[in-house]
Design a protein around this ligand. Structure first.
Ligand code: ADP
Ligand code: MG
Length: 151
């Protein structure tokens, strides 16, 4: 399957999309997010949380690195921007292999620790309110989820 690409012209549009993605998430799913500061990684995660029926407001976990939320299935929200080196082990595996959905901002900083199968999401800042979002599924499970998204 080729990669999917979308343009969203407001944070609400981005969140409506990631909410739909959240509705398709299953236990053990891993999403990695790439994009510059202010691209919309946390905004994307807020929408995803809505799709998991999480009522608590999702905020950037920059200083805590990992935050957990209760929903239809749990959400593990990571922002690894402050991880010192790519091998620093904060117990990431237990989250990746856990019952929840893991979403990782700045994921390439812990590239060596990421599972091979994952949904990669790239967010590009086009203009003040316009973003290009690219989805690259790695593994069959994520290919099916992407196909579902296109329906
Ligand atoms: P990051 O986590 O990548 O640093 P944030 O999600 O915290 O980025 O911030 C993105 C900012 O850009 C927010 O203030 C959000 O409201 C704004 N924004 C404007 N347009 C969009 C859009 N189309 N999609 C996502 N965010 C947008
Ligand atoms: Mg963020």
């Amino acid at each position: 399957m080729s990669n999917l690409e979308f343009i969203f012209i407001s944070p609400e549009e981005t969140m409506a999309f990631s909410k739909r993605l959240g509705e398709l998430m299953e236990p053990g799913c891993v999403i990695v997010l790439e994009g510059d500061l202010g691209a919309g990684k946390t905004t994307f995660t807020k929408g995803l949380a809505l799709g998991l029926d999480i009522s608590k407001t999702v905020n950037s976990p920059t200083f805590t690195i990992i935050k957990e939320y209760k929903g239809r299935i749990p959400l593990y929200h990571m922002d690894v921007y402050r991880v010192e080196d790519s091998f620093e082990d904060l117990g990431f595996d237990e989250y990746f292999e856990g019952e929840g959905v893991t979403i990782v901002e700045w994921a390439h900083l812990i590239e060596e620790q990421l599972p091979d199968e994952r949904l990669e999401v790239f967010i590009y800042h086009k203009s003040e309110n316009e973003r290009r979002i690219q989805l690259e599924p790695k593994g069959e499970r994520y290919v099916s989820i992407c196909k579902e998204l296109l329906k």
